[in-house]
Ligand binder design. Structure first.
Ligand SMILES: Nc1nc2c(c(=O)[nH]1)N[C@H]1C(S)=C(S)[C@@H](COP(=O)(O)O)O[C@H]1N2
Ligand SMILES: [Mo]
Length: 354
């Protein structure tokens, strides 16, 4: 397990969870709008593979295309590219809040709220490669397969594959993808669960029927008393993420008394953030926070507010609303699921002031 992730993971910046590394969300306060590659969370089902890029090929094929073909890394880099800035978030981000706020633990990696980051991705629009292959009208799903061991794969519907912002990304924040983040190429599907953003791509396979693999049947589905199975999947489909916000503070946070500015991040898979409100009294009353810096669709925005902290213990609850009018709900309305996905409730963040 020690070598599952190649980049340095200093304790001051990351929390280790087996083969995964969570960004300490408070470390993002000092970073810019984009999450630096060195600080970006890593979710590896097994380990970062060592890929010889001189031998690497990306195969585009399947029964849903007219003309299968494959590309070398240089051929991929030579195609016209597109840049998309968006967040990437694990579907299980915030999973521990099912336990902390609802008293109902869920199974899976014990993420706080640091399994999310924003990057500027550059690559080739998947739709351009699909156009070259000639997608048949009867095509349904597009399966992306990784080159890790065992290979991790996950389909997306054709409509999501044809979104102009869905990329075969080769670059992250201006640099070639770091090995842990999918070198030489990964899928980026803005607004979709992290798992759809398959790393270390080896093949894109277009199918004329729904594709079922482990990551959309037993894993990455919503299971539990409030969800029905959708055979052959054990639970309800999981595709897009939900509106969220988080403070750039450890959980719980220790603050010193007095006037200070508290900052955080809010993000939506649907568009931009319209407003962030903050409550200091357990979500009884809210005051508007300031949105600062860029507020790009499906990427998110920073927010901040002034706090005059008195000694004692209380909670700070941020609540985001996106440009579609979707607002975070109270924890009491959060529907529990066995694998702890999509925790989108506003989270009263415990704070101790001395
Ligand atoms: N091939 C492959 N792709 C993968 C994964 C993986 O383990 N193998 N993990 C997925 C999950 S669950 C998430 S949340 C994102 C995490 O991307 P990151 O490690 O670059 O932050 O990658 C996705 N793509
Ligand atoms: Mo994930």
């Amino acid at each position: 397990m020690a070598d599952a992730i190649l980049k340095p993971l200093p304790d001051s910046l990351f929390i280790r969870h087996e083969t995964n590394a969570e960004t300490r969300i408070e470390a993002l306060a000092a970073a810019g709008y984009l999450t630096p590659n060195e600080l970006f969370f890593v979710r590896n089902n097994s380990a970062t593979p060592d890929i010889d890029v001189t031998m690497w090929r990306l195969a585009v094929g399947g029964l849903g295309v007219e003309r299968a073909f494959d590309l070398s890394y240089d051929e991929l880099l030579a195609l016209s590219s597109r840049t998309v800035t968006c967040f990437l978030e694990c579907a299980g981000n915030g999973r521990t809040l099912y336990d902390k706020l609802l008293g109902r633990p869920a199974k899976g990696t014990l993420w706080g709220l640091g399994a999310v980051g924003v990057a500027e991705w550059r690559g080739v629009a998947l739709r351009n490669l699909l156009a070259r292959a000639g997608v048949r009208p009867e095509a349904v799903d597009v399966l992306a397969s990784g080159l890790d061991t065992p290979p991790i794969e996950r389909p997306i519907p054709v409509a999501a594959a044809l979104d102009p912002d869905t990329l075969i990304a080769t670059h992250m924040n201006g640099a070639p993808l770091p090995p842990d983040h999918g070198f030489p190429a990964r899928l980026i599907v803005p607004g979709w669960i992290g798992m759809a953003n398959v790393k270390w791509l080896g093949a894109i396979t277009v199918a004329n029927e729904r594709v079922y693999v482990e990551k959309n049947t037993t894993d990455y589905v919503l299971k539990g008393p409030d969800y029905a199975a959708e055979p052959p999947a054990d639970g309800a489909r999981l595709d897009r993420l939900v509106v969220k916000s988080a403070l750039y503070l450890p959980w719980p946070a220790d603050l010193s008394a007095g006037k200070q500015t508290v900052a955080g991040f809010a993000w939506s898979p649907n568009g931009t953030i319209a407003a962030v409100d903050v409550s200091l009294d357990g979500a009884a009353t809210f005051a508007r926070a300031r949105l600062v810096g860029p507020n790009l669709p499906r990427a998110g925005t920073r927010f901040e507010f002034d706090l005059d902290a008195r000694p004692g213990e209380f909670t700070i609850t941020p609540r985001a609303t996106d440009d579609q009018g979707i607002m975070q709900h109270p924890p009491s309305e959060q529907v529990w699921n066995e694998l702890g996905y999509l925790f989108g409730a506003m989270a009263p963040h415990p704070v101790r002031v001395q």
